[in-house]
Design a protein around this ligand. Structure first.
Ligand SMILES: [Ca+2]
Length: 470
């Protein structure tokens, strides 16, 4: 009996702890899902003057792994190893020559796509260049990554080398699909010698110099160290100059991004180019008798970012090999960079991050063309709000299984109410089924209590873990 009572108390305690954790998690993810994570909704519905209306907000797609959407090209094009087959020696041991490259044998080929496959396998997969056979003519390779779309970087670019890291390398970017290039960062074992630049580290920058192009010696050590394989372009460290060390003050960064075009453009690109200028030699002198020790090999490239949609779209689709924003706010184009036809009532402008956290949508509004333009629900703007349909397949939808009737009302399933059936009208036991069919586990902020559905799950969770005897 005593054990049962103790068990019940523990159970309730566990329920309350879970509730507290869950509510705080929901709260945190609603407002700060991740760095750059808010601005994920383009519009929501509100009652204004007893009428349902759209409230527009600035929005942007989620940051993601952008290497899934690029095309890669190499210059010179025949620089990949294996044609003809070649044997390579280890940089640190000229007598260890067991690295064979043969383009015609799958297990021995090292094509460029192996820089973007999913890693974590052993041995790693990597692209490899031919060796430095033509020494002292430089061994140089340009690797160009193209998105055919403007994207914004949200995290560090990380190159992982399978061989020693190059002694000289430049990372460049283009904002005009490869027509012109600007350096992003120089990397060398000796910056003065290679680029006549004083070496600098990103942590030596400050808010007023945060866009400075530097040469760093931090990623070009001559020898191959087991855990020293990466070359990094430190995006987050630059963000941190405005947003604080743990990016806790994103408002400051967003405010600056809003008002400073240079800053926005710095993190925006259509193409990246990795210019490999001199391979690792591991010593001051190149061993001319064994040039198969010198080559480039890259196992992985990380580029995290998002489509640039000018704060007018929260999703970006990859269709027929091309990225494009799913534009809202009556905008159009791959970057939502212009107003739709008939919506040029005022000049296009990008959305604004301000005020934090929802920003300003700056939607395109209808032309003042009288009745020649027939408004519809997808063109809902301030000018035609009175004629808005209540539900529509494009913009408005009935939730929780509700059915749209004549664009005027949602017929809700039992237990749901509200204009769009968005409110669960649960009472007593019926809450359990209703809540479990909700698309989101998080309750609206006004009702942050643990739903009965979760409560009912706990005994079965405990049972599966053998904890019912608590
Ligand atoms: Ca790989």
């Amino acid at each position: 009996m005593r054990h049962q009572k103790k068990g019940a108390t523990m159970y309730l305690l566990l329920v309350f702890v879970l509730q507290a954790l869950w509510v705080s998690w929901c709260h945190a993810t609603q407002h700060y899902p991740a760095s750059w994570g808010h601005y994920d909704v383009c519009k929501s519905q509100v009652y204004a003057e007893d009428r349902l209306a759209w409230h527009y907000m600035a929005c942007q797609p989620e940051a993601t792994d952008m290497t899934k959407y690029l095309t890669v090209s190499l210059d010179p094009p025949n620089i990949t190893c294996g044609d003809p087959p070649e044997m390579y020696c280890a940089l640190e041991n000229p007598y260890m020559c067991n690295n064979e490259c043969d383009a015609d044998t799958e297990e021995l080929a090292h094509p460029p796509e192996l820089m973007f496959d999913s890693e974590g396998r052993n041995p790693t997969t990597f692209w490899q260049s031919t060796s430095w056979k033509k020494y002292p003519k430089p061994l140089q390779v340009n690797i160009t990554l193209s998105w055919n779309k403007t994207i914004e970087l949200t995290d560090d670019i990380v190159l992982t080398f399978e061989s020693g890291r190059p002694e000289q390398l430049v990372l460049e970017k283009s904002l005009d699909y490869g027509r012109t290039w600007q350096p992003y960062q120089f990397y060398a074992s000796d910056c003065l010698d290679a680029f006549t630049m004083e070496p600098k580290a990103v942590h030596q920058l400050n808010p007023s110099t945060m866009l400075e192009i530097i040469c760093t010696e931090a990623y070009s050590t001559g020898y191959v160290w087991k855990y020293d394989k990466t070359v990094r372009f430190e995006i987050k460290d630059r963000f941190a100059l405005l947003a604080g060390p743990r990016l806790h003050n994103m408002a400051s960064l967003y405010g600056q991004l809003d008002t400073t075009k240079n800053l926005r453009d710095f993190f925006t690109l259509t193409d990246l180019r990795i210019r490999l200028l001199r391979p690792a030699t591991g010593a001051t002198m190149v061993d001319e008798n064994n040039l198969s020790r010198y080559f480039y090999a890259i196992s992985d490239i990380k580029v995290q970012g998002r489509c640039k949609c000018n704060l007018h779209a929260n999703s970006c689709v990859f269709d027929k090999g091309k990225l494009g924003c799913e534009c809202e706010h009556n905008t159009t184009g791959p970057d939502c960079a212009r107003c739709k036809r008939h919506y040029q009532g005022r000049a296009w402008s990008m959305g604004s991050y301000l005020p934090i956290p929802k920003g300003t949508a700056n939607i395109c509004i209808l032309n003042n063309l009288g009745t020649s333009v027939r408004p519809n629900a997808s063109s809902l703007g301030a000018a035609n709000r009175n004629q808005a349909r209540v539900c529509d397949n494009v913009l408005l939808r009935c939730q929780n299984g509700g059915v749209c009737h004549h664009h005027q009302r949602c017929q809700c399933l039992a237990g749901f109410g509200g204009i769009l059936c968005e409110k669960a009208q649960c009472q007593g036991d019926s809450c359990e089924d209703l809540q479990s069919s909700q698309p989101s586990l998080c309750p609206p902020p006004a009702a942050q209590t643990l739903p009965l559905a979760l409560l009912s799950l706990i005994p079965s969770l405990l049972a599966t873990r053998g904890l019912t005897s608590l």
